[in-house]
Design a protein around this ligand. Structure first.
Ligand code: NAD
Length: 365
C-alpha cells in the first residue's frame, strides 16, 4: 500500500534543506521501490503569513492523515513580535500535542571524519552512536498543580509537580526497547530513584517491560552519574531512555558531544507509529537564503523516518535508511563540508552541492 509523507519546509533555512532531503527521499523511493508519495503544506511563520495561523486546519488534517511528517524548522525574527498564540513555534507544539508525539528520539552520532569538531578528545567521541529516547508530553513540564503562590508569611514560592502514570512510563519504555532492537540491543534507563518516588515507579515499570524484550539488555543509571558518564565515556551507551526534563538536558549535552548541530536528526513518535522527523537545529535566520546551510541533519531525518516509521513493515525501508547513512558518510570521506563543519584540507560546498553529492553516492550504491 502506498505510504504518504507530509513535507513541512517551514521557515528560514527550512525550505532549502528540506528540498535536498526530498530529493534523497525521491531517489531511495525509486531505487528501493518503497511506494512512498509526498505532498507539502505550510507551517510556522510561512503559514502565518499566508493564513494568519502557524498551524492551519488544512495542515493539521494532512498531518493526521500522513504516515510520517518531515519538517524543516520554524521561526525567525520576522515573527518574534507576534502574540504568543500565533508565534511560529506554536505550529510545532500544536503538531506535537495534536498527534500525541510522546517519544522523542535523538541520536548523537559522530562521524569519525568530524571528530575534530567535538569539544571532547577525538578518541573519546570518534564513532559515537547513541540514541536518547526522551518522554516528550508528560513529567514535570506538564504536571499539575503548578504555579507561583504567596504563602501566609508573604513569601512567594514556585512549585511544579513531577508525575508519571504507569501507562505513560510503559509506552516510552516500549519505544526505547523497540528502538534498541533496531540497534545494539542495550537500554540504559536514567532515573533519580534514590530521591524521587516517581522515578522509583519509572524503574519498576522499565523492569516489567524489559521482560517482553528478552533479547534487549536493560541497565539503570542515576541521572547525575549519567551526565558525568556522557562526557567521560559516552560510547558505553546504546539507547538511553528517560523522562522529559532529564531527557531535555541530557540530549542537549549529548548533541554537543558531536560538535555539529547541522548533522543531527530527530524523530518524535506516537503510539500509532506515526512520526515527525526533523533536524535538531532551528531555522538559522542568520544564514537563510544564502544557500550555505547544512542539509545533512534533514537528509539523515529521512533515514530515521525510513527506519522508525516504515522499517518494520515496508520491505527495503531499513536498507534504504542504511544506504542514506552510508552515502552521507562517504560524502564526508570525500572531504566535502558545508561551512558549519568546514575544516582545513576539506572543500566547502553549498547546500545544493551537498545534496548533489549525497545523491551521487546513493546512485553508486
Ligand atoms: P538555530 O539552530 O536556528 O541556529 C543556531 C546557530 O547554528 C546559527 O548560527 C545557525 O546559523 C547555525 N545552524 C543551525 N542549523 C544549521 C545548519 N543546518 N547549517 C549550518 N548552520 C546551522 O537556533 P537559534 O538561532 O537559536 O534559533 C533561530 C530560530 O529557530 C528561532 O526563531 C527559534 O525559535 C527557531 N528554532 C526552531 C526550532 C525548530 O523548528 N524545531 C528549533 C530551535 C529553534
Amino acid at each position: 500500500m502506498s505510504k504518504n509523507v507530509l513535507i513541512l519546509p517551514g521557515d528560514g533555512i527550512g525550505p532549502e534543506i528540506v528540498a535536498q532531503a526530498v530529493r534523497v527521499l525521491e531517489q531511495v523511493n525509486q531505487t528501493h521501490s518503497l511506494n512512498i508519495s509526498h505532498e507539502s503544506a505550510l507551517v510556522g511563520g510561512a503559514a502565518y503569513d499566508e493564513t494568519g495561523s502557524p498551524l492551519p486546519e488544512s495542515t493539521l488534517e494532512k498531518a493526521k492523515a500522513a504516515d510520517a511528517i518531515l519538517l524543516g524548522a520554524v521561526g525567525g525574527p520576522k515573527w518574534d513580535g507576534l502574540d504568543m498564540a500565533v508565534r511560529p513555534e506554536k505550529g510545532l507544539l500544536g503538531l506535537r500535542s495534536n498527534l500525541e508525539l510522546f517519544a522523542n528520539l535523538r541520536p548523537a552520532i559522530l562521524y569519525p571524519q568530524l571528530a575534530e569538531a567535538s569539544s571532547l578528545k577525538p578518541e573519546i567521541v570518534a564513532g559515537l552512536d547513541i540514541l536518547i529516547v526522551r518522554e516528550l508530553t508528560g513529567g514535570i513540564y506538564f504536571g499539575q498543580p503548578r504555579g507561583i503562590r504567596t504563602l501566609e508569611n508573604g513569601e512567594r514560592e514556585g512549585f511544579n509537580t513531577y508525575v508519571y502514570s504507569e501507562s505513560e512510563i510503559r509506552r516510552i519504555a516500549h519505544s526505547a526497547f523497540e528502538a534498541a532492537r533496531q540497534r545494539n540491543k542495550r537500554v540504559c534507563s536514567i532515573d533519580k530513584s534514590n530521591v524521587l518516588e516517581v522515578t522509583v515507579l519509572w524503574k519498576e515499570i522499565m523492569e516489567e517491560v524489559a521482560k517482553e524484550y528478552p533479547d534487549v539488555e536493560l541497565s539503570h543509571m542515576l541521572v547525575d552519574n549519567a551526565a558525568m558518564q556522557l562526557v567521560r565515556a559516552p560510547k558505553q551507551f546504546d539507547v538511553m531512555v528517560t523522562g522529559n526534563m532529564f531527557g531535555d538536558i541530557l540530549s542537549d549535552a549529548a548533541a554537543m558531544l558531536t560538535g555539529s548541530i547541522g548533522m543531527l536528526p530527530s524523530a518524535s513518535l506516537n503510539a500509532k507509529g506515526q512520526g515527525m522527523y526533523e533536524p535538531c537545529h532551528g531555522s538559522a535566520p542568520d544564514i537563510a537564503g544564502q544557500g550555505i546551510a547544512n542539509p545533512l541533519a534533514t537528509i539523515l531525518s529521512v533515514a530515521m523516518m525510513l527506519r522508525y516509521s516504515f522499517g518494520a513493515r515496508e520491505v527495503g525501508a531499513k536498507e534504504a535508511a542504511a544506504a542514506i547513512e552510508a552515502a552521507v558518510s562517504r560524502v564526508l570521506d570525500l572531504g566535502l563540508r558545508t561551512s558549519d563543519i568546514a575544516s582545513e584540507g576539506c572543500t566547502t560546498v553549498s547546500t545544493q552541492a551537498m545534496g548533489d553529492a549525497v545523491l551521487a553516492e546513493l546512485q553508486k550504491s
